[in-house]
Design a protein around this ligand. Structure first.
Ligand code: ATP
Ligand code: MG
Length: 566
């Protein structure tokens, strides 16, 4: 920055003093002193040519400052977004967020440009111009400063109006970006219903407001342009008129040339400044929105000093756990108490919406419990850092989603350092090895956005392998509700048997066939435990488990409405 600013000052000084050399040349021509004419001509030439070289150097050094700065800002905000709570991500709109990112990053560059290339330059050249003008006539120097600051005040006032318009336009722009992203993400649903035109009109509707806001925003510029050019133009004319009037006193024609040179050069700079201040104002609102992301507070906090379990056994304890989703009133989990011993296979079953996945989210600390506590190997999970907690848990989510990258990248996501042997081992256990090795591109096969090129069962088995590779003490398997074919089901079952022998296995089960041999089946109903026991025990009781089991063994689905089960 220091080097950059010094070089910039040098460039501006060389550039600004040109009219002075011109005056000196004219003066010496008048006196007929050729030697001095040549001397000032060379100085004039230097200020013409060298100032441009130095200018280029100043831009070069400036890029050396701003490019790494922009990168660091982007990386920091990206990390911050990812670190934010699960709850933040359930509320956000990816499209709007990306649009805020894009605008913010542009603003970083523009503001740097405006402040250091324009604003800074204008201020220096104002100082130089005033100094030279002052020597010619103090009156004119004061007049120049007066014109400058009056116009600055006017700009400030107009910009405030412009800013409000920009903020409103941005909000509308984010809505548009949100609809576009939503359409792109849901392209499949759009196609199911042949709703391409419908999506377009949904976008078109949002554009109505967008256009209205954009007109207001653009017109505020026109008002500014007219107001500032009239006021600054009159000021400059006044100074030049004063200079013309002065010629003849102790003020020569060459002084007039110099002053007109200074003033007209400055006038353009000033105009540039005006446009730049306008830009800065616009960019400030973009930047504000961008940096605002950093002010989001994480609700699920890491403890300052963490407590770690003495031994990693894989014991889980739920103690009177209660939970309400943020902004909701209804208790989704209610007084759940349960102990899962190390190495046990525990299954959670229940109707759709009973709170099974929510329980998994609580275990992972995607949310903090509202009541009670959850302990792993005797330590309250709130006392562990999220990273330490999650490193102990392997998760196969209900709807596994993959990165738009290769199979290998996705499989090794939790452990980049895994050897090929370990990778193959995990894939083998998850019953996906054969499939991968048969692919033309093998491990390097691209899986598409969110893993779209894989089947549901393949994605699930890949997710199992991905979780297994990190060798967690506790494996959580949130089974997909979608029906897998019996072969895939058998494959997953086999994978689970293999995995379960060495670690604690928490299963959320929709297909009861997978949990017949579970050590403990926990039946959830409206967020509470209604029954608990082994399959043989539960089937003898006339409870919810038996109802669900009977329904399923008759080949019916566990209906989401719940009412079907009576
Ligand atoms: N982010 C959220 N904000 C508010 N409510 C939520 C949120 N996520 C889930 N819920 C609600 O919590 C309840 C429990 O959902 P959960 O996903 O735990 O059900 P589940 O037992 O896993 O069901 P399924 O068998 O269909 O997977 C549901 O009523 C659901 O609508
Ligand atoms: Mg679920």
């Amino acid at each position: 920055m220091v080097i950059f600013l010094s070089v910039t000052v040098t460039a501006v000084v060389l550039e600004t003093v040109r009219p002075y050399w011109l005056k000196m040349i004219l003066d010496s021509v008048e006196n007929g002193n050729e030697e001095i004419v040549l001397k000032f001509f060379i100085l004039f030439g230097i200020s013409m040519v060298i100032s441009n070289w130095i200018n280029a150097l100043s831009y070069f050094i400036g890029d050396g400052v701003i490019i790494p700065m922009s990168r660091r800002i982007r990386e920091t905000i990206f990390q911050k977004v990812l670190e934010l709570d699960f709850a933040y991500h359930t509320e956000k709109s990816t499209g709007s967020l990306i649009s805020a990112f894009r605008r913010g990053d542009n603003a970083v560059f523009s503001i740097f440009d405006s402040v250091f290339y324009e604003l800074f330059r204008v201020l220096i050249s104002l100082i130089i111009t005033t100094v030279f003008l002052y020597q010619a006539s103090a009156e004119m120097a004061w007049l120049l400063l007066g014109v400058f600051f009056i116009n600055l005040g006017l700009i400030w006032w107009l910009i405030k109006i412009n800013l409000k318009a920009r903020t409103e336009f941005n909000a509308s722009d984010d809505v548009v970006a949100g609809v576009i992203a939503d359409g792109m993400i849901n392209y499949e649903t759009v196609k199911f219903f042949a709703a391409e035109k419908k999506e377009r009109s949904r976008l078109s509707e949002k554009f109505n407001d967008w256009i209205k806001k954009l007109w207001i925003f653009s017109n505020s510029f026109r008002v500014m342009d007219i107001a500032i050019s009239s006021s600054a133009g009159s000021g400059v004319m006044l100074i030049i008129w004063l200079a013309i009037k002065k010629v003849g006193t102790n003020f020569g024609a060459t002084d007039l040339v110099m002053i007109v040179g200074f003033i007209t050069a400055f006038y353009w700079k000033f105009f540039n400044l005006f446009f730049r201040i306008r830009d800065i104002a616009k960019n400030m609102t973009d930047l504000e929105k961008y940096f605002e992301i950093l002010t989001n507070e994480t609700l699920v906090k890491d403890p300052k000093k963490e407590v770690l379990p003495k031994k990693d056994l894989g014991k889980i304890e739920f103690e009177n756990v209660g939970f309400v989703y943020p902004k909701n009133k209804q208790k989704i989990i209610d007084r759940i108490s349960l102990v899962v011993k190390p190495g046990e296979k525990v299954a959670f079953v229940g109707r759709s919406g009973a709170g099974k996945t929510t329980l998994v989210k609580l275990l992972l600390r995607f949310y903090d419990v509202s009541e009670g506590r959850i302990k792993i190997d005797g330590v309250d999970i709130k006392k562990m850092k999220k990273a330490s907690l999650r490193s102990r848990l392997g998760v196969v989510p209900q709807e596994p989603i993959m990165f738009n990258n290769t199979i290998k990248f996705n499989l090794t996501y939790g452990k980049d350092s895994a050897s090929m042997e370990e990778i193959r081992e995990a894939a083998k256990k998850a019953n996906i090895l054969e499939f991968i090795e048969k692919l033309t591109d093998g491990w390097e096969t691209q899986v598409g956005e969110r893993g779209i090129k894989l089947s549901g069962g393949q994605k699930q088995r890949l997710a199992i392998a991905r979780a297994l590779l990190t060798d967690p003490r506790i494996l959580i398997f949130d089974e997909a509700t979608s029906n897998l074919d019996s072969e895939s089901e058998k494959m997953i079952q086999k994978a689970l048997d293999e995995i379960g022998s060495k670690r604690t296995l928490v299963m959320v089960a929709h297909r009861f066939s997978t949990i017949r041999d579970a050590d403990k089946i926990v039946v959830l109903s409206n967020g509470s435990i209604s029954e608990i026991g082994k399959h043989e025990e539960l089937i003898k009781k006339n409870g919810l488990y038996k109802k669900l089991w009977t329904l399923q063994s008759k080949g019916k689905l566990v209906e989401s409405a719940g009412e079907v089960v009576r």
